[in-house]
Ligand binder design. Structure first.
Ligand code: GRF
Length: 179
């Protein structure tokens, strides 16, 4: 199976789920040197890198993608918008992301709080390709759940993350098998 690379900024629970699924990861890169996800990568003996400066980060990641012959770039809690230049340097449908809402609803930060504040009946998880915009690329897969009256941002996040961990790794695997 082809190799992927993962970009992240935080906890790395999706990275862990992808590792556990047996998907080959060439490298993990973060804009945050303290991201827990980098520790998960190191423990799994996956080369890991971090650069704080955005242009340096993107420049180095593009080089690594070529060096490692990466076939799919996976955003797993990468909390910065990729530059147009970066996105356009790669083929279309090369970058995927996971977002905790039923896109196109509740784009951007605080998607879970946005759904609760909106008194939405349902929310969910979206896996989508990444384009130049914010959470605007074409949708690959979605799973929805009902929001309960007693749900808080925390309880809903836990339930959504449990879905993400299966849906994201399964979707990545099927993209890699297809290519
Ligand atoms: C996920 O919940 C995802 O929806 C969002 O960022 C979060 C990352 O979580 N894009 P983790 O770092 O994988 O635990």
């Amino acid at each position: 199976m082809h190799n992927i690379a993962v970009l992240l900024s935080g906890n790395g629970s999706n990275l862990k789920a992808i590792i556990d699924k047996g998907i080959n990861i060439s490298f993990v890169a973060s804009n945050n040197s303290k991201a827990l996800g980098l520790k998960i990568a190191k423990n799994a003996n996956i080369p890991s890198y971090s650069w704080k400066n955005i242009s340096e980060f993107e420049e180095k990641v593009l080089k690594l993608i070529i060096e490692y012959d990466v076939k799919l770039l996976v955003l797993a809690g990468y909390m910065r918008l990729l530059s147009k230049n970066f996105v356009n340097s790669l083929p279309s449908k090369f970058i995927v992301n996971v977002h905790p809402s039923l896109l196109p609803k509740y784009k951007g930060m605080n998607a879970i709080k946005q759904a609760i504040d909106d008194c939405a009946e349902y929310t969910g998880v979206t896996i989508h390709y990444v384009d130049e915009g914010m959470d605007s690329g074409s949708i690959i897969k979605q799973n929805s759940i009902k929001i309960n009256e007693i749900d808080t941002v925390e309880t809903l996040r836990d339930r959504l993350q449990a879905i993400e961990h299966c849906l994201y790794s399964d979707t990545i695997k099927s993209i890699l098998i297809k290519d």
